[in-house]
Design a protein around this ligand. Structure first.
Ligand SMILES: [Zn+2]
Ligand SMILES: [Zn+2]
Length: 389
């Protein structure tokens, strides 16, 4: 027996449309191929939603099973189509122009919001103003003074005209906007038309939206304000979907969902003396730390639980990579040098080579030069010279 469509959507048999929608939205976001999900699972979820969300198909499915529905459907719908009816396509502030009532598209009003790593760490609330088509209060969203409108004769209220085209062995159904009612499905008498919204049923209104962003928010995470988008002529209200984008930070970098990394400059003397270091974290608080062994700039170190912090109590770690700041000058006193050698406990080779046979090393400022073949370009004269002893 095939898996029940209710199981696929994770809802019970009495689930209403709202529950179906919620569950589908959650699963579709999780399994969308663009977000790394499995294409087949995504299609399965979408098919299940398509059937259960249609009263007629749901009834047939409940009584006769999936095969009975499939026979009447003529093939599954494009999963991406259904998905975009939820979340809008990639167009910024996209408005759905398709008012076809049979095809219950509910395209979202989509916007992007750019936040900093500091805001990712602490969470934040952003107030933003949107121009939203809100239901006209004067005509209660009907577009007419009397609230009456006539169903369009040409399209019988569907707002679309369907033409069938044969392309070789395929039959293609084309849907175009009804030319008579401009896709509205209904015609409002000129005299009866609401003056306030000019029959459009909605009025462009400035709306302040408070966007709450949780700590640890992910790049491209969607914050959905249900029924906060545009009022549509079919009396539905689209969702407002805010997509979170995160600005790059000059020091802090997110390395996965919960861990972050920071580059820290440490002076050579601090490194050699294990001195306590300070960094300003993303919440502007200072963290003090030190190492009990000699820090190796090739390695990563971490401060446990100083990564991203989530509302559910989970925390990540803060990884630190060190960059050594070398002193400009060293005291050339031989006693100091010998003491240093002693402290570092290293066996440094001493070459017994005549002074005139030792070449001078010249610092090269051209960072582009990587290989030895380009030594014609090496600057000379301006470099810092250091003589090997
Ligand atoms: Zn029409
Ligand atoms: Zn009106």
């Amino acid at each position: 027996m095939p898996e029940s469509l209710y199981n696929i959507l994770g809802v019970n048999k009495n689930a209403d449309k709202n529950e179906l929608k919620k569950s589908y939205r959650k699963l579709a976001l999780k399994h969308h191929p663009d977000r790394g999900g499995n294409k087949d699972i995504f299609q399965k979820i979408t098919d299940a939603y398509e059937i259960l969300n249609d009263d007629n198909k749901r009834k047939i499915y409940d009584m006769h099973g999936i095969e009975a529905v499939r026979q009447g459907m003529g093939g599954p719908n494009d999963a991406n189509d259904v998905f975009s009816s939820f979340f809008g396509n990639s167009n910024f502030m996209n408005m759905n122009m398709n008012n076809n009532q049979n095809n219950q598209r509910k395209e979202a009003l989509v916007d992007e919001i750019i936040i900093t790593m500091e805001q990712v760490y602490t969470g934040c609330t952003i107030n933003k103003q949107y121009n939203i088509n809100c239901k006209c209060n004067k005509c209660n969203g009907t577009g007419s003074k009397t609230g009456k409108c006539t169903t369009c004769n040409k399209c019988k209220g569907s707002g679309v005209q369907t033409t069938v085209r044969r392309m070789g062995p395929m039959i293609q159904q084309m849907q175009t906007m009804c030319s008579s009612c401009k896709g509205k499905g209904e015609i409002i008498n000129d005299k009866d038309r609401c003056k306030y919204c000019n029959g459009k049923k909605a009025v462009l209104t400035k709306k302040n939206i408070e966007i709450k962003i949780n700590p640890g928010v992910q790049e491209d995470e969607k914050i959905i304000f249900e029924n906060n988008g545009h009022y549509k002529s079919d009396k539905s209200i689209s969702d407002l979907v805010i997509i979170v984008k995160i600005k790059e930070h000059e020091k802090y970098k997110r390395i996965n969902k919960s861990d972050i990394m920071v580059y820290h400059n440490i002076s050579l003397i601090d490194l050699l003396t294990y001195s306590t270091q300070k960094i300003k974290h993303l919440n502007n608080k200072d963290i003090y730390f030190s190492s009990s062994s000699l820090i190796d700039p090739e390695k990563s170190y971490k401060l446990v639980n100083y990564g991203l912090q989530f509302n559910n109590g989970n925390t990540g770690d803060l990884y630190i990579k060190f960059k050594i700041d070398f002193p400009n000058n060293l005291n050339t006193n031989n006693n100091y040098k010998n003491t240093l050698k002693e402290i570092l406990n290293q066996d440094y080779s001493n070459y017994n080579i005549k002074e005139e046979n030792i070449k001078l090393l010249i610092e090269d400022f051209d960072e582009d030069i990587q290989d030895d073949d380009n030594d014609e370009d090496v600057m000379d004269g301006n470099g810092v010279q250091c003589q090997q002893q």
